[in-house]
Design a protein around this ligand. Structure first.
Ligand SMILES: Cc1ncc(COP(=O)(O)O)c(C=O)c1O
Length: 454
C-alpha cells in the first residue's frame, strides 16, 4: 500500500492558479471547447490527472480522490492493476501491432465465449461504438431489413442510427404512446431518423405495440439491459419477456449492448436479466483499460462476417482490430475477474445501495437509488424512476446533482456529475462506508437544496 498522506486534501474545484487551470488554458488553444470528448466534466474546468493507483486517482495538483468513475466504468480493477501492467509491458516488447493475427486474441475470445451464454462467435474491434455499429450492420445483413428499435434516452456510442432518440427532451420526445425519433445533432439525415423506432424502457405493452407496427422493416432491437443514461434502472421481467416475444414472433434480432453492463456479472448482464440475445456489443472492461470493442453472438448470425470462398455478406476490418496490447490487457483483466471478484463487487454494491437508501429513509429525503451489481445512481426523485421520462430535468434537480458532486469532491470522492457511478475490485467495505458517510453529511447539511426537490 502506498501512503499518500503528503497529498493535499481534495477540493471540489481545481481553482484559478492551479495546474489544471493552466493545462485547460493551453487546451483551449488546440481543442474546440478545450477537450477531446464531450463527456469530460468541467466545474468549471476539468480536473487533469497525473496518475491512478488502485481505487484512487491523483490529479496534477496533488489531490487524491476515490474514483467512482473509473473511466466511465472501464477500469473494473481500478488503476495500474498489476496483472494488466505486466501483461502490457510484456506485449510492448513483443510488438505493438501486426497485420497478422496473434494467439492472444484467440485466448481472449475463448475466455469470453466460455463465460457468456449465446456468445458463440466473436470479432474484436477498437471501440464500443464500433461494436454497436457492426452489431446493427450484422443484424441488417442477416435479416435483409434496415431499421432498428432502441430505447429512448439510451446511449450506445457514436453510430448515427444508435444516436437517435438519445438526446430526447420533454419538449420533443413525443407522446407516451409514440416516442419520437429525435435527432442528436443538427444535420442528422432524415433518412436515419426514418430507420429508427424509439421505445420507452420498461413499457412492455407500448414496446410490443410499436414493434408490431414496424415489424416488417425491423432488423434488430438494440437494448442495453440497464441503460445508464436512461436511468441505470434494471429491466422489469415483463419488459424483457415482451421484447423477446415480439422479436421472436417477427424474426427480429435482439442486440444486447453490454459495452457498459457486462460488468454486472461473470456471465454478463443479459444472463442476469433473462435476456437471450442474438448479438452482443461489448467493450470497456474487456480491454483492461485499453481501447476495445467486440461484436459477438450466435454462430448462425455471426456467419455474416465469414467470407468462406467468396465475399463476406458483411466485411468487417480495422487497422487496430484485435490490437495485441488491448488483447493482452483485456485478457489479464478478465482472467483476474473470476466469480469471487464478482461476488465481492455484488456485495459492495448491495452494501452501498442499502447504506444510501438508509440515509434517505432516515431523513425522509425525496431521493432514490437505482442500479445493480457494481453500479449505482442517486436520483433527485422520491420514487425510483422506471424509465427515462421519470428522470427529473428541472433546474432544482440539476443544481442538487452539481452540489452533490462538489461536496463529494471536497471530501475526496470523485462522483460523476449525474451521480451514476461504479465500484471497482480494489475497493473495500471502508471505501463504501466513506461514500455513505459523505452522502449522509450532504443530506443532513443541504436541506435547502433537498427541500426544493420535494
Ligand atoms: C452502453 C454503451 N454502448 C456503447 C458505448 C460506446 O463505447 P465507446 O465509448 O468505447 O465507443 C458506450 C460508452 O459509454 C456505452 O456505455
Amino acid at each position: 500500500m502506498h501512503s499518500e498522506s503528503f497529498l493535499l486534501p481534495a477540493t471540489g474545484n481545481s481553482g484559478a492558479g492551479s495546474r489544471s487551470a493552466s493545462a485547460y488554458d493551453r487546451a483551449q488553444r488546440v481543442f474546440p471547447d478545450g477537450v477531446s470528448r464531450v463527456t469530460i466534466e468541467r466545474d468549471p474546468i476539468p480536473r487533469y490527472v497525473a496518475r491512478g493507483e488502485g481505487a484512487y486517482l491523483i490529479d496534477v495538483d496533488g489531490r487524491r480522490l476515490l474514483d467512482l468513475n473509473a473511466n466511465f466504468t472501464t477500469l473494473i480493477h481500478g488503476h495500474a492493476f498489476e496483472p494488466v501492467v505486466s501483461a502490457v509491458e510484456r506485449q510492448v516488447r513483443l510488438g505493438l501491432c501486426f497485420a497478422n493475427p496473434t494467439e492472444i486474441e484467440i485466448e481472449h475470445a475463448e475466455l469470453l465465449c466460455s463465460r457468456v451464454p449465446h456468445l458463440e462467435r466473436i470479432r474484436f474491434v477498437t471501440t464500443g461504438s464500433e461494436a454497436v455499429m457492426f452489431a446493427i450492420k450484422a443484424a441488417r445483413a442477416f435479416t435483409g431489413r434496415t431499421a432498428i428499435a432502441k430505447i429512448e434516452g439510451a446511449y450506445h456510442g457514436a453510430y448515427d442510427w444508435a444516436e437517435v432518440a438519445y438526446a430526447s427532451r420533454a419538449d420533443n420526445w413525443g407522446s407516451p404512446t409514440r416516442p419520437a425519433s429525435t435527432s442528436n445533432y443538427r444535420g442528422m439525415p432524415g433518412s436515419v431518423l426514418d430507420e429508427v423506432v424509439a421505445l420507452r424502457f420498461n413499457d412492455a405493452d407500448g414496446a410490443s405495440r410499436i414493434i408490431e407496427q414496424h415489424a416488417d422493416k425491423l432488423a434488430a432491437l438494440l437494448i442495453d439491459p440497464m441503460p445508464s443514461r436512461a436511468g441505470l434502472i434494471p429491466p422489469e421481467p415483463a419488459f424483457i419477456q415482451a421484447l423477446t416475444a415480439a422479436a421472436r414472433r417477427h424474426r427480429i434480432l435482439i442486440i444486447s449492448d453490454e459495452v457498459l453492463n457486462l460488468r454486472q456479472g461473470f456471465r454478463g448482464a443479459s444472463a442476469r436479466h433473462a435476456l437471450e440475445p442474438d448479438l452482443f456489443a461489448l467493450g470497456k472492461i474487456i480491454g483492461g483499460g485499453l481501447p476495445i470493442g467486440a461484436i459477438g453472438g450466435r454462430a448462425e448470425v455471426m456467419a455474416v462476417f465469414a467470407a468462406g470462398s467468396g465475399r463476406a455478406p458483411l466485411p468487417q476490418g480495422g487497422t487496430f482490430a484485435a490490437n495485441p496490447l488491448a488483447m493482452a490487457a483485456g485478457l489479464a483483466a478478465m482472467q483476474a475477474l473470476d466469480e469471487l471478484q464478482f461476488a465481492h463487487l455484488d456485495a459492495l454494491g448491495a452494501q452501498l445501495r442499502k447504506g444510501l437508501r438508509d440515509v434517505i429513509d432516515k431523513h425522509g429525503a425525496p431521493l432514490s437509488i437505482s442500479g445493480a451489481a457494481s453500479l449505482f445512481r442517486i436520483h433527485p426523485t422520491r420514487l425510483p424512476p422506471r424509465e427515462f421520462r421519470d428522470l427529473p430535468m428541472t433546474s432544482g434537480a440539476t443544481g442538487f446533482l452539481r452540489e452533490l458532486s462538489r461536496h463529494f469532491a471536497a471530501r475526496g470522492v470523485l462522483l460523476p456529475s449525474g451521480a451514476a457511478a461504479c465500484l471497482s475490485t480494489p475497493m473495500q467495505a471502508r471505501d463504501v462506508n466513506l461514500v455513505i458517510e459523505v452522502f449522509a453529511d450532504f443530506v443532513a447539511a443541504r436541506g435547502d437544496l433537498i427541500g426544493e426537490l420535494a
